[in-house]
Design a protein around this ligand. Structure first.
Ligand code: SF4
Length: 199
């Protein structure tokens, strides 16, 4: 069985699905099959909720203040398990801060609003902005949807109104001018931007 929970740089991560609606040119999945203390992050089947709960029951969360839905895939592609896992964590470990790293296309994929429900159980959201405009976004993330950039920005706008903590991220695979323009866009939307160094 591959790792549903793994640690990396003193953080805990949930790897609940390998499905994703993007094919980002910088995705670590293109380079490695594992990360941190995980032995294998490619699942041979989509983890069931029972398997995810079992992984939580087996994991020692002592000393961890935050757990992050991220993994080798887009967490909102396993939306029901995402919400049920967050609920289970809040029942079992109410002191642990829950964050989701998302491509912001979860409402497009699930064909329904999900932000309000997510915000009930998840404390913070980090959204992959990835590019300052639609044309570059298509090149960098290669999404399954044509209007993905616009919809991702809508998702971020709604998330800002709903979550107490929202952040954008870009990866330094885009050039400095594009990072500056991304910062300007993030500033205009009132959302902090994190620049992740591509390595
Ligand atoms: S959204 Fe995340 S998991 Fe999906 S391709 Fe991009 S970096 Fe990889």
């Amino acid at each position: 069985m591959s790792d549903i929970i793994y640690t990396y740089k003193n953080n805990v991560y949930f790897n609940i699905t390998n499905r994703c609606t993007c094919r980002c040119i910088f995705c670590i999945r293109n380079e490695k099959d594992t990360l941190g203390d995980a032995e294998e992050l490619w699942h041979n089947h989509e983890p069931s909720l029972q398997e995810i709960k079992h992984a939580i029951d087996q994991f020692d969360f002592t000393g961890y203040q935050e757990a992050i839905f991220c993994g080798y895939g887009e967490p909102t592609c396993a939306y029901v398990n995402l919400i049920e896992t967050a609920k289970y964590m809040k029942q079992k470990y109410p002191h642990i801060h829950l964050r989701i790293n998302t491509n912001g296309l979860g409402e497009l994929y699930n064909k329904r609003p999900i932000i309000d429900e997510m915000a009930e159980y998840i404390d913070a959201v980090s959204i992959s902005l990835n590019a300052p405009n639609a044309e570059r976004y298509q090149e960098v993330t290669q999404p399954s949807f044509e209007n993905a950039f616009h919809e991702m920005l809508n998702f971020a706008k709604k998330a800002k109104e709903t979550f107490s903590s929202v952040q954008f991220s870009v990866v330094s695979i885009i050039n400095e001018q594009e990072i500056t323009e991304s910062q300007q866009l993030a500033d205009k939307m009132g959302i902090p931007l994190k620049v992740r160094i591509y390595s």
